[in-house]
Design a protein around this ligand. Structure first.
Ligand SMILES: NC(=O)c1ccc[n+]([C@@H]2O[C@H](COP(=O)([O-])OP(=O)(O)OC[C@H]3O[C@@H](n4cnc5c(N)ncnc54)[C@H](O)[C@@H]3O)[C@@H](O)[C@H]2O)c1
Length: 423
């Protein structure tokens, strides 16, 4: 199979492209940048992928070949190579209409990269950051044209996950938001426009659930039991398995960053199970062990079994006493903080409507399809019932305190999805 050229030639599709909205540059050829560039190219959009490491570009090419073989639907390397260039320099950036930054999540490095790019591109080019943990306003602070800057948050793996959060910072213009929305649509994605804030919309709500999971572990509830209850509720994977798949290194870092943004509902946890496992060198699925152990079975499929070392570490360092809870209690303790965080996000106008919020949760994190989203689930229970359940767990702190909008709906028997009709 042909590989993609490392050096752009004279017949570069990128320079020849006349449609201003289609010339995309991606900076950072890691997990996300590679997936984003692949998605552009597989939708026929001319794209340049830049990194500072030749090794990253070689890996990107390898990963794209793998994607083509698995999901290419007849698309060949030659077709992809016709629109995609991988490069170590900024050649062609002066022609870009959109630059998507996907370098490591470090404010200093991102500021430096965005500043360099801003100095090279046309005045009306739009810069977009794929950060999942930093604030768009913090990244915009170092820019000359912050109005031409927004967030564009893809989910991993980018070629497969349908949702993209377009994040409007305080200074982001309508033009930049519209450009990001068009870019997402041209890449076959479903964009949802949200306001800036730690974790934006989807990860903020997910982190309320992960924080609740960590508190269950700190109370001595077994992780396999929690996973079973969550999966029976309809989640594609329970929180322990999810953390293993995300990776305990990346997962712990983004938890720390997002928890810090909501200290009243997601306070610092002195006995944090993720950190205990990470400190013991357990990285999750990619390292072969986390909460579970992973090994290739005879048919090549990955087999999963409980990691007894993890159980032991949690017993020694997180909770020595085992607390027994019924499945319903485990689910309430996991799901109520999620509903509550969703209500706070809606109250704060982070997202335009309950329908968009629930759609984002379904598309972004696979919220159980039968439940239809956190707010739809709250409607199903009834706001008064949710408030009553919150009262039962109020001793656990503000994560279980019903927000005003929820209490208001409870008092007038209202619903979050007033006008959507039947699902
Ligand atoms: N991994 C995820 O699940 C995920 C999901 C959504 C968003 N994100 C966000 O995407 C971004 C990238 O994450 P990732 O997981 O792909 O990271 P990664 O570590 O896999 O890749 C980062 C790449 O950036 C490159 N890089 C560093 N400095 C550079 C520079 N000055 N110029 C060009 N390239 C440079 C590195 O060589 C590396 O190849 C982060 O902001 C992260 O928050 C990650």
């Amino acid at each position: 199979m042909a590989s993609f050229p490392l050096d752009p030639g004279d017949d570069d599709a990128f320079a020849a492209c006349e449609d201003l909205l289609l010339r995309t540059c991606v900076v950072g050829a890691g997990v996300m940048g590679t997936g984003i560039a692949y998605t552009c190219a597989s939708h026929g959009l001319p794209v340049r992928l830049k990194d500072v490491r030749g090794q990253a570009l070689m890996q990107a090419q390898h990963d794209m070949q793998r994607w083509l073989a698995r999901h290419g639907a007849g698309l060949g390397a030659a077709e992809l190579g016709g629109v995609l260039r991988t490069q170590l320099d900024y050649q062609g950036f002066e022609c870009a209409s959109v630059v998507i930054e996907a370098v490591v999540d470090n404010l200093g490095i991102k500021n430096k990269v965005l500043g360099e790019v801003e100095g090279l591109v046309a005045a009306d080019a739009v810069l977009l950051s794929n950060t999942s943990s930093l604030r768009i306003d913090d990244l915009a602070a170092g820019l000359q044209r912050p109005h031409n800057f927004a967030g564009m948050h893809f989910f991993n793996p980018a070629p497969l996950m349908p949702l993209v959060e377009v994040i409007r910072g305080r200074q982001t213009s309508d033009y930049a938001v519209q450009t990001a929305v068009k870019q997402a649509q041209a890449m076959g994605k479903i964009p949802i426009v949200v306001r800036d804030g730690p974790g934006f919309l989807v990860n903020r709500i997910l982190m309320a659930y992960m924080h609740a999971f960590l508190r269950l572990l700190a109370d001595g509830v077994d992780f396999e039991r929690i996973d079973r209850a969550a999966e029976a509720f309809g989640w594609p994977m329970g929180p322990a398995y999810l953390e293993d798949v995300v990776g305990l290194d990346i997962g712990t870092l983004s938890c720390d960053l997002i928890f810090a943004g909501y200290p009243e509902r997601m306070p610092h946890l002195p006995r944090n199970a993720f950190r205990v496992l990470l400190d013991a060198g357990l990285l999750g699925q990619k390292g072969g062990a986390g909460f579970y152990r992973y090994r290739s079975g005879e048919d090549g499929r990955l087999e999963r079994s409980v990691n007894l070392q993890a159980r032991q570490l949690l017993r020694e360092q997180v909770a020595s006493e085992a607390l027994h809870l019924e499945d319903g209690q485990i689910l309430d303790r996991l799901m109520l903080p999620m509903i509550i965080e969703a209500v706070h996000a809606l109250q704060e106008s982070v997202v335009g409507s309950a329908m968009e919020l629930d759609r984002a949760l379904s598309l972004g994190i696979g919220f159980p399809p039968l439940r239809g989203g956190a707010l739809r689930y709250a409607d199903e229970l009834g706001a008064a019932q949710v408030v009553a359940r919150c009262a039962r767990y109020r001793h656990l702190g503000e994560a279980y305190e019903a927000p005003p909008l929820l209490r208001d709906l409870a008092s007038r028997q209202g619903r979050f999805h007033e006008n959507d009709g039947a699902r």
